[in-house]
Design a protein around this ligand. Sequence first.
Ligand code: TRP
Ligand code: ZN
Length: 898
Amino acid sequence: MADTATPNVIRRADYAPPAFLIDTVALEFDLVPQRTVVRNTMRVRRNPDASHASNFELMGEQLEFVSATIDGAPFAHAHAHEHGLTLDNVPDNFELTLTSICNPAENTTLSGLYVSGGNFFTQCEAEGFRRITYFLDRPDVMATFTVTLRASKADYPVLLSNGNLLEEGDLPDGRHFARWEDPFRKPSYLFALVAGKLVALEECVKSGSGKEKLLQVWVEPHDLDKTRHAMDSLINSIRWDESRFGLELDLDRFMIVAVSDFNMGAMENKGLNIFNTKYVLANPETATDTDFANIEAVVGHEYFHNWTGNRVTCRDWFQLSLKEGLTVFRDQEFSADMAGGATDEAARATKRIEDVRVLRQMQFAEDAGPMAHPVRPESYVEINNFYTMTVYEKGSEVVRMYQTLFGRDGFRKGMDLYFKRHDGQAVTCDDFRHALADANGRDLAQFERWYSQAGTPRVSVRTKYDAAQQRYSVTLTQGYGDTAPAARETQKGPLLIPFAIGLIGKDGHDLPLQLEGEARASDSTTRVLEFTQTEQTFTFVNVAQEPLPSLLRNFSAPVIVEYDYSADQLAFLLAHDSDPFNRWEAGQRLATRELLTLAGRATTGVPLQLDDSVVAAFARVLTDETLSPSFRELALMLPSEAYLAEQMAESNPAAVHAARQFVRKRLANALRKDWLAVYEKHRTPGAYEATPEASGHRALKNLALSYLAELDDPAEAVRLASAQYDAANNMTDRSAALSALLNASAANGGSVEAQQALDDFYRRFEKEPLVIDKWFALQATQRGSAQRPVIEIVRKLMAHPAFNLKNPNRARSLIFSFCAANPAQFHAEDGSGYAFWAEQVIALDAINPQVAARLARSLELWRRFTPTLRDGMRAALEKVASQVKSRDVREIVEKALG
Ligand code: TRP
Ligand code: ZN
């Protein structure tokens, strides 16, 4: 069917406006699981700005065509085909009514209209609306929608759609109806409906201008006790968008609905956000601190889309980062403000560090492989494959750079102008850039390259101090190094890089900064240099002593900085840099360097050793009670195995694992007393509190526990972990204890304590699917040993009665956790991990291509691995390529092999 068609490449350069426009849509649904009838009445007219077409081509997939009428009369010249419906020789302006049937019960793709847990849900972004009715399913066609839902009242007591409820009532035969109207024009991808047995937590709030708003969080009845945090996050999001951007909620009612079968995190449908349960449901017993933080971020993200995405939307899907990059930036700022306000730099830095860690581990890797693409891609086969780290996370960094260049006020002026110009329109990334440029009186032509060039830029730094003249020169050179072929083609010239820098004196304090040609030193000891040429020298004057440079403060641009710091200099920065991000960064550089050296040794079998000075640098952080616990936790966490493997000339997961484990054990044994002291000191007795402070204590304490589990004699850690497991009143502590028990016993092939805790965990949370996901994930990501390879545990768990490939959360908890988050076990030399991967990609492909394509991506960096692994991965990719059916997976494996 449509999915097996030869992949067609869609190109940005081929954009053409639609031949017709649709101004209004009236949808009527008769909701029946196996056979839902949809009647769609549209007001259609020719687009004055497009070239003439006599036929009207509508998109449609997996639909059974029933009938078409134009201006009330049956229309005979309608031809349904695999990709939609063609109407021959239509008038210039007409009312079109189309009737079609779809089958939500059998829709396992979770795109379009589907049934989950006996209730109806929709997911229309990016191209799911065409699986509901025939339409011009593209974001530059915007219409106002009226929606009538009819269904059995007993089975589907709640009927929801976008906007405001106009009317509801009973119908014959035990059926009822509801009619909704969305007053705002919107593209079809923002349409939503929900029907079923749901209950809501409700709250009324007043918006900034004093209007009453009804807020609802809809869930299945047994989950009502897990909705408070999502509601609080929604209220905070509304307040924040008013105060930071002057943006008010524009509907009388705003709804969030949780569903357990969902392809991604959540969806910003106008007034009716639909969420993966994972990003709504939380109480202290079932959700970790990380879950609480993620819920706040995702609730904020979807709410912020109401302006950045919905009021102003994308002209075409190449502009996806226009809404996603901007909205990720907004949710990151929201979380930072919630944690630290505008002024607590240390608390803000914690959030920044977490975000940059994700970017560097995931997006830099994407940029280094066959899927590398610019923030605004030039082409795609399947748009679902371009909801990527580059579009979202790098896109957010690109938006952040405007704020770094213009300041918060200048950024706000740019946003104000963007809405003034484009409210109600479908626009491009260029439109956004022009608004920012014009509001700040700047020419940002060069900045366009951030949208069109793929690959991670490298900035190398040379410095020179002239003691006699008291001058310090910093020479920056930019380029892309040896990037992936997919990225290289897009690279045209130097970027405008905001490069934040500080200079640190011998006493550890920042030195005043005065650039050559300036009358005096600036007030701030951090300067944002505008680095625009391939090579450029910035000279600081009146520099009384040779400084140590603090480079790219707060990660002011998404680049790799190359500078030859000595180990001592890094230890000094770790102890003194006034920029908390760069303090953390110095520790990471120090650790990365040691770990890569050790990984190199591990490949040749040379015995490993770690210098005492490195242990001492970590000890200082561990014991420094003036630092916030959350910062210490981040600073003491070693770079991940995936990130380290990526840095090797030839990725060798086994060597990286050996090196990282060696360092963890060395730090555990050498600092045993300190870890124990930290463990005791940062306990959080009493009732659970979800504050950033309390979660910082738990994070540091649980990191200490994880190090203690590495001790040569883990008896003490096992005792502490068992006690923590039994006494825990929250999921953060309970899951950390379980993880410590699993890992402490891994080398000995498991322990009674670990098995007992696992069994207890399952029984205790049997009725909580999100917690059972954790139970699967903890086992899939655990350390293995020669006697007990994790692949065997994973294969056994695939047969567990609670496992279900059709539920994306469950599939991710076991399969993705193993294939993407347990590199040392997944990349077993015998290829057992790859064989498993191929089986699962093929199985998922038949159920849910979007999810299958995500899993398919876990082998895309295969060319960078050692020869044996490379061969194994190629064979697995070829196997998948020969069997796979969907356009989604085909694009991924063909690019990987290509
Ligand atoms: N627009 C959504 C967001 O980022 C994400 C999204 C895109 C999505 N496609 C989806 C969610 C498909 C679920 C399914 O906020
Ligand atoms: Zn989004």
